[in-house]
Design a protein around this ligand. Structure first.
Ligand code: URP
Ligand code: ZN
Ligand code: ZN
Length: 469
């Protein structure tokens, strides 16, 4: 079955032009003008629309056990929401358990991931580097297509590892073509600040941001970079939120091609003021690292402009605000009685990244369309070993394509989203730019408000060498 997309403006990281896309067998077969189309070809008129590569979100936590909580989106609901938002590839987090092989963690993740509606790959969270576990990292990278390992320098007693673990894992990554992703905050110092706040009776949601200062993100970022450089490993600093961390990444990028930084939509559009909302409302904005001041946000925009930050992802880690209908395990409310330190950390975003970022970056700040595509699709695909199959529109690449109306205006409402979460960080945002159609490997899966995809149609992304642009 062939599909022809005609009349639109094709945008890639390299440039944009008027042209047609011919799709056959799930791949881009030809690009150009007046392409010869066989009888029965399925024609889509993209007049007035942008024809962009399906977006790649490399930071999600779907159906994930996190301390006492579990994220509320299954792979089915989370990836359907992604598709409505123009995202056709997701890289999610599998995790090792203490004393167990990371390969078991991957097996468990594969089970949970079966309901995926778009293509999904896995990073591996490493917690326990006993000798066989380190040997298994080789298998992950070289045989299983899991070419990124995640380390948390925060969340003591849940996910945090010390510098020795970081160094062990970085050396393995360097040997096997993998990149290390790091959550960089000084978890030891933050733990002290949190305990002191709680002891003083300061338990409102706003103490989440007041106990996690940017200096402690900057310190950990610089430390992770030093360790990675010494180990010779590529490093991807996830969710950079502040000038201190950004400066560390920018300095490292001046001397190395192996250090990269990501920020997320929420840090570009929201500030710590959200945590000051009355009552428990601020809990919706409890995620880590926390939202920062306007000055830090402005720095992040500069970092994107200069190229010091290479990716805008979501860190989609959705917990409902209310207990119902899924239960307390999935709800922010479980932290209400004891205080901010018991609120599940995480926020939703998988569905709205494309439009919110398009509006803020292209419509309001004049970012070029190619730069937009680079940050949403091409760079993440390159850094995580799935380019040029994903992240571009080129002959031979997967036909993951978004038809995007750059002038449509609409208002974001949680009530209309497809994720199972009961709120949006961007509630009431009036944005310019809306996904009209999403194709996954040539299959039309979103057509306006209509869902044409199905659970299970997403493929596992077995990834290649990672950590380079
Ligand atoms: O608060 C967050 N970001 N939760 C998800 C885990 C992480 O730190 O990425
Ligand atoms: Zn994190
Ligand atoms: Zn995360």
């Amino acid at each position: 079955m062939a599909t022809l997309i005609k009349g639109g403006r094709i945008v890639t990281a390299e440039g944009d032009y008027e042209g047609e896309v011919l799709i056959e067998n799930g791949k881009v077969r030809a690009l150009g003008q007046d392409l010869p189309a066989a009888d029965g070809v399925d024609v889509h008129d993209a007049s007035g629309l942008l024809v962009m590569p399906g977006a790649v979100d490399v930071h999600t936590h779907l159906d994930w056990e996190f301390g006492t909580a579990r994220t509320v989106d299954t792979f089915g609901t989370g990836t359907m929401a992604a598709a409505f938002g123009g995202t056709t590839s997701v890289i999610d987090f599998a995790n090792q358990s203490h004393g167990k092989s990371p390969l078991e963690g991957l097996e468990d993740w594969h089970e949970r991931c079966r309901s995926r509606c778009v293509d999904v790959g896995a990073h591996m969270i490493v917690l326990d580097p006993f000798p066989q576990a380190l040997a298994d990292l080789r298998t992950l990278a070289r045989e299983e297509g899991v070419t990124s390992f995640k380390l948390f320098m925060a969340y003591p007693n849940v996910l945090m590892v010390d510098d020795g673990v970081c160094f062990y894992v970085m050396r393995e990554a360097a040997k096997h073509g993998a990149v290390v992703c790091v959550h960089a905050e000084n978890g030891y110092a933050i733990n002290i600040l949190v305990q002191e706040a709680v002891a003083a009776g300061n338990t409102a949601p706003k103490y989440h941001y007041l106990t996690r200062p940017p200096e402690l993100e900057g310190e950990a970022t610089a430390r992770a970079i030093t360790l990675a450089e010494y180990a010779g490993a590529p490093l991807y600093v996830v969710h950079v939120t502040c000038s201190q961390a950004l400066d560390a990444v920018a300095r490292a990028k001046d001397r190395s091609d192996l250090i990269h930084g990501e920020t997320c939509t929420q840090y570009l559009f929201l500030t710590s003021q959200e945590l000051e909302r009355p009552g428990f409302e601020g809990a919706k904005y409890v995620f880590t690292p926390p939202l920062r001041s306007q000055a830090h946000q402005d720095e992040l925009w500069q970092g994107l402009r200069r190229g010091d930050l290479s990716v805008v992802s979501t860190d989609h880690c959705p917990f409902c605000f209310e207990e119902q209908p899924y239960g307390m395990k999935f709800s922010k409310r479980q932290g209400e009685a004891e205080g901010f330190h018991k609120i599940p950390n995480g926020g939703p975003g998988i569905e709205h990244r494309f439009s919110v970022f398009f509006d803020g970056a292209v419509s309001k700040r004049g970012m070029s369309l190619s730069k937009f595509v680079e940050l949403m699709a091409t760079n993440p695909a390159k850094l995580f070993g799935i380019h040029p199959k994903k992240g571009t529109i080129a002959v031979g690449s997967d036909a993951d394509i978004v038809l995007f109306d750059p002038v449509a205006r609409w208002t974001i409402r949680a009530a209309e989203q497809h994720s199972r979460v009961d709120y949006s960080l961007f509630e009431g945002f009036e944005v310019q730019g809306k996904v009209q159609k999403t194709f996954l490997r040539g299959n039309l899966i979103v057509d306006g408000d209509q869902w044409l995809g199905r659970e299970g149609m997403g493929e596992f992304l077995k990834r290649g060498e990672s950590g380079r642009l």
